[in-house]
Design a protein around this ligand. Structure first.
Ligand code: PLP
Length: 447
């Protein structure tokens, strides 16, 4: 590797001189310096100082089959030699795009049979927004174009992704959002449930905020509701069991489409191929990316249900939307092999029947009793640990988020990669984690 001719210090200097990082305070970065991750194997990443770090985040919620899988490198090399690039514009396609679309459709809920490819979750949510609004226009209702989303949702970083998302800091820097998107409350019982309110009742109340927004705009003006089955970047907020069925009921009642953003939850994380199954909903679109290739190459897929697809096909007319890399042959080849590996190794079933329940138990029995922990929660291999100053009152440390950053830095120094989001610690490890890896993670978190 060419970088081995450079010292750590030189690489840091080059990075500081030329590289702007995503979601980063660049002044802080220049002062603190960067960690240079050089290689990775299985569940571990290694930095240029020789530290071995257990990756509790699967990169950025994506490396589901773990690092260093030669099969993916081999399939990418073969495809690059055979056909490095062609597109699906102008009545062409490439074999791997067709086969991957078929494969995804076979894993998706039965009423979903079409796939639109992009390169990232953000792009795929742009596509979803375009498709849903175009659907209503084709149905003769162009004014039915409002989208309901939730505060603190994360749907990506493009202008449309940021507008769909509900993160105030991001909106503040947008200088003008995509119009006709409104944000309602998030299903976050730990902070938002009223004293004495049951989880069940809280879930119904959170869902009712969607109905209120539909009625306020008028059902004829509302195209769709979009939500992550479990809010990820917003802090692994797992809704009460009552929430999603009620959201589905409300959407059906007012003929509002249901868009699930499964960029994190898709392809096994919650113990089913899609969290739609875990939470018992039938969405009209499912946005996926990340684990589709386990992050080895950039690829996203918007899954489009029969209702929308049949209108597109029957009514016809060009849909003016697409990306140069939609259905990229190498990315699709890697996606196909990745899904085969997940299937062959039974990773989805393993999360559902073994590691998911074991993870929940380990968090409950080992992490929850800690004096700084207000709550642990998980679904499949996706978890949050709430950091509090006072266990009984759930009072937080001041300023908000400061304690979680300290916990994160301690954890990394002890060989454990976790993420701090507000006052929550987040875990979303590769699906190859075993019971032993979960034990090791708990040891390192508590160190
Ligand atoms: N949607 C969700 C739920 C996400 O978590 C993310 C990224 O973390 C995105 C969309 C955006 O995906 P990308 O970063 O690939 O654009």
């Amino acid at each position: 590797m060419t970088y081995q001719n450079y010292s750590l210090k030189q690489l840091q200097q080059i990075d500081a001189a030329h590289h702007l990082h995503p979601f980063t305070d660049h002044k802080d970065l220049r002062d603190a310096g960067t960690r240079i991750v050089t290689h990775a194997k299985g569940p571990f990443i290694y930095d240029s100082e020789g530290n071995e770090i257990l990756d509790g985040m699967a990169g950025l919620w994506c490396v589901n089959i773990g690092y260093g899988r030669d099969e993916l490198a081999e399939v990418a090399a073969e495809q690059m030699k055979e056909l490095p690039y062609y597109n699906s514009f102008f009545k062409c396609t490439v074999p791997t795009a067709a086969l991957l679309a078929q494969k995804i459709a076979s894993l998706a809920p039965k009423h979903i049979n079409q796939v639109f490819f992009g390169s990232s979750g953000s792009e795929s949510n742009d596509t979803a927004l375009r498709i849903v609004r175009h659907y209503w226009a084709l149905e003769g209702k162009p004014e039915k174009n409002r989208i309901i989303s939730r505060k603190n949702a994360y749907h990506g970083s493009t202008v449309a992704g940021t507008s769909l998302g509900g993160m105030e800091g991001m909106h503040g820097q947008l200088g003008g959002a995509v119009p006709n998107i409104v944000h309602v409350m998030m299903p976050y019982a730990f902070e938002l449930a009223l004293p004495g309110e049951s989880d069940h009742d809280f879930g119904l109340r959170a869902a009712k905020s969607i109905e209120d927004a539909i009625l306020e705009a008028g059902p004829d003006k509302v195209a769709a509701f979009i939500g992550e089955p479990v809010m990820g970047a917003g802090g692994v907020k797992i809704p009460p069991a009552s929430y999603w069925p009620e959201v589905q009921r409300i959407c059906r009642k007012y003929d509002v489409l249901l868009m699930l953003d499964e960029v994190i939850t898709g392809y096994g994380r919650t113990g089913n191929w899609f969290a739609a199954e875990t939470f018992g909903v039938e969405p009209d679109t499912i946005t996926t990316a990340k684990a589709l290739t386990s992050g080895y190459l950039p690829l996203s897929a918007l899954l489009v249900g029969d209702r929308i697809a049949s209108t597109f096909i029957e009514k016809g007319g060009e849909f003016y939307h697409g990306y140069t890399y939609s259905g990229h042959p190498v990315c699709c080849a890697v996606g196909l092999r990745n899904l085969e590996i997940i299937e062959q190794e039974g990773l989805v079933e393993r999360v559902r029947d073994d590691t998911g329940p074991y993870f929940a138990q380990a968090l409950r029995e080992r992490i929850s009793p800690h004096p700084l922990v207000g709550e642990t929660r998980s679904v499949g291999l996706m978890a949050a640990i709430e950091i509090v100053a006072d266990k009984a009152t759930r009072a937080r440390f001041e300023p908000a988020g400061s304690a979680a950053v300290i916990v994160r830095d301690y954890a990394i120094a002890n060989g454990m990669m976790m993420r701090a989001t507000g006052d929550s610690m987040i875990l979303s490890p590769p699906l190859i984690w075993t019971r032993d890896t979960i034990d090791l993670a708990c040891d390192r978190i508590l160190k």
